[in-house]
Design a protein around this ligand. Sequence first.
Ligand code: VGL
Ligand code: ZN
Length: 208
Amino acid sequence: MSNFGEDTALVLIDIQNDFCPGGALAVDQGDEIVEISNKIQEQFKIKIITQDWHPSTHKSFASNHEGKEPLSTIEMFYGLQVLWPNHCIQGTEGSKFHSKLITDSADLIIRKGFRPEIDSYSAFFENDQKTPTGLDGYLKSRGVNTIYLCGLALDFCVYFSAIDGAKLGYNVNVIQDACRAIDLDGSFEKSLNDMKSKGVKILTTSDL
Ligand code: VGL
Ligand code: ZN
């Protein structure tokens, strides 16, 4: 039974093996959102899934910078970038969606982070904040004005997608109990506060 119509999309962010326990950039309890994400999908007509999708040469990987450790930072041409362990390398097991995630009913799978020089947290723009992923065009051409976000990680890809979505004029809702955070230097609390201050609604599944 879908409560939501053609003007609303559910966007499931990066529910991939590498962000789940045992993965290369595991988010604590990341796998716990899979079941709930499947359940939420039943309420939406339009479902979109994002997939972090990096070449092995990706500049967001610490391994591609001599002497740099994962979780340190570096100045890129677009600003400060966290350096990550190698993750979601195109075609690897880690880049695949969690095996229990329902993906068959999605209208669109959008891949991001495939340009070696630019990282891409947001589902809308890469980290230079201007290279589009194409999602905005897709949503606008389908007449979508409201989005609900869930997935991994709350304080990175979900957060940046929410902020960009709000900036682009969408009504943005984050379903918090269907997200988990990395929480790097307080990023969990900071991202929640920033989303709220920019008009993003933070909900739980019981509000749907
Ligand atoms: C993500 C760090 C690097 C995410 C992706 O999906 O939140 N975080 N790449
Ligand atoms: Zn990534």
